[in-house]
Design a protein around this ligand. Structure first.
Ligand code: NAI
Length: 473
């Protein structure tokens, strides 16, 4: 589907004409996206500024993660932090450098602010003072990541302070969207610092291009199965993944991303009209034609994986049957609930014995499941149900080291959204911080990240991949 404003936005002359005429239509920025496989050096040569409140508890974790990923670290307040950064940075020949020595016109690729020790309202000033001057130096498609503590621990003032950061980041995300930049919040629980580096790297990388205004919390809830928590090339080598609804759209992009990362992918879709088997051939995977809402779908999958343990399950297949409640039929209601929700409950139950310790389950929810939407009572119910199921199963399976996370896409350019009336489609694209629709690959990158061994610290999440959609935000 062509997005005319996005095409115009990528043309320098058109941008300048729109500016000169003062047209009240924002031209969306072309987002910088990752190409090719995940690498050990996802942030190679990126200039990342680190600033912090007081004692910066997460400085050493940041220094290791940034230097390992190939970034050049700049420090706002150089002397107090230099020693904490020196070891990790010098091990990779990467600074650290004082921001004051960087030419004022040189752009930054990202800013990380550690507010994890902020416990009083006055501490929040660091957000304002460290970011006010630097956000204007962010390159297009730049990144801001604020690090914080859990907002559910400490006295009332500490919890107020930590919760305040959430409002700040969501607002900043809306302001930065104009140039394709993002702002996200990463909470790190006290005992989980060693698991936080991978999430920080991902949020700073080009793979999170359509994720903005979001909060992830790193915890030690899911038992450690593999102590290796770094970001790696071919991290899914030797693993088996199942993707439902893989014939097209987000499912096909996800199958490709998981295969790129080394997984053997079993691609399931209702029927195989050629696209499914072509994809499986391309990925050296396997095509399975199966209606996941059929009574015996669980049994069929259990038999399929009886001899082959499963490492990753992506419950992606989904349908819409948009009708207002007054016009909805029994079939509309039953089909949507059966495919989008009941199938997840039942097929996972059947597959549980095949799940390896440390496996990954990723479900597809939707922004509609968070905010609700006219004509989508059934769809939104099914997608909200997915969130409830994801949270409950994440807690139940944590002792086996299995993580369960939901991805909630906003407006993504696929056949599903192509079917929307033009006016609604256009509004859905523009009513977001990034003022455009996402691509199936954007959702696939989030799924591939949750599927990676490095994401052990993330479970029970609902990550919106929505470009900062205003709906339900
Ligand atoms: P799509 O309609 O392009 O692809 C869905 C795939 O699922 C199709 O290949 C279809 O044949 C398959 N499928 C449907 N019912 C099935 C069944 N009973 N058994 C096996 N396969 C079945 O959809 P899209 O856009 O790629 O969406 C993927 C997921 O993301 C869905 O769960 C959807 O609800 C969710 N989502 C998509 C959004 C978007 O903007 N595209 C927004 C929010 C959520």
């Amino acid at each position: 589907m062509t997005d005319l404003l996005l095409s115009l936005g990528s043309n320098a002359q058109a941008r300048s004409l729109f500016r000169t005429l003062g047209l009240p239509i924002p031209l969306p920025a072309t987002l910088r996206r990752a190409r090719g496989p995940v690498s050990d050096r996802e942030l190679a040569d990126k200039k990342i500024l680190f600033a912090a409140h007081a004692d910066a508890p997460l400085a050493s974790m940041c220094a290791s993660a940034l230097a390992r990923a190939g970034a050049d670290c700049y420090l706002d307040d150089f002397e107090p932090l230099r020693e904490r950064f020196r070891g990790p940075c010098e091990a990779f020949g990467r600074g650290p450098h004082a921001l004051a020595l960087l030419n004022e016109s040189t752009k930054l690729d990202g800013v990380v602010v550690d507010l994890s020790s902020a416990s009083a309202v006055g501490d929040l000033r660091v957000l304002y003072s460290s970011l006010r001057g630097t956000v204007t130096r962010l390159r297009p498609s730049g990144r801001v990541v604020v690090l914080a503590a859990s907002a559910a621990e400490g006295d009332a003032e500490k919890r107020a302070t930590q919760q305040a950061i959430d409002g700040f980041v969501r607002s900043l995300a809306k302001e930065l969207g104009r140039n394709g930049s993002t702002a996200n919040l990463l909470r790190v629980k006290d005992d989980s610092e060693s698991r936080a580096g991978a999430a920080l790297t991902w949020l700073l990388s080009a793979r999170s291009a359509f994720v903005t205004g979001q909060c992830l919390e790193v915890t030690s809830s899911a038992r450690t199965v593999n102590a290796n928590t770094g970001t790696h090339n071919r991290a899914l080598e030797g693993k088996t993944a199942l993707v439902t609804g893989a014939a097209r759209g987000i499912g096909a992009a996800t199958a490709r991303a998981l295969a790129r990362d080394g997984a053997h992918v079993v691609c399931v879709d209702r029927q195989d009209d050629g696209a499914l088997s072509a994809l499986a051939r391309e990925l050296s995977g396997r095509a399975v034609a199966l209606d996941i809402a059929a009574e015996d779908a669980g049994e069929s999958l259990r038999a399929l994986f009886a001899e082959r343990p499963l490492d990753v399950v992506v419950h992606n297949a989904g349908i819409t049957r948009d009708k207002t409640l007054a016009r909805m039929t029994d079939a509309h209601w039953d089909d949507v609930l059966a495919v989008n929700l009941r199938s997840i409950v039942e097929t996972t139950r059947a597959l549980e014995p095949a799940l390896r310790e440390g496996a990954r389950i990723i479900t597809l929810s939707s922004v509609a499941g968070i905010a609700g939407n006219t004509g989508q009572c059934a769809y939104a119910a099914s997608k909200a149900g997915v969130i409830g199921w994801t949270r409950a199963e994440s807690a139940r399976l944590a002792s086996r080291g299995i993580t369960v996370n939901a991805v909630a896409p906003g407006f993504i350019e696929t056949k599903m959204t192509e079917a929307m009336p033009v006016a609604i489609r256009e509004a859905a694209r523009r009513l977001s911080a990034l003022a455009q629709g996402g691509r199936p690959e954007d959702v696939a990158e989030a799924i591939a990240f949750f599927a990676s061994p490095a994401a052990q610290g993330l479970t029970g999440h609902v990550l919106r991949v929505c470009g900062g959609a205003l709906i339900g935000a």
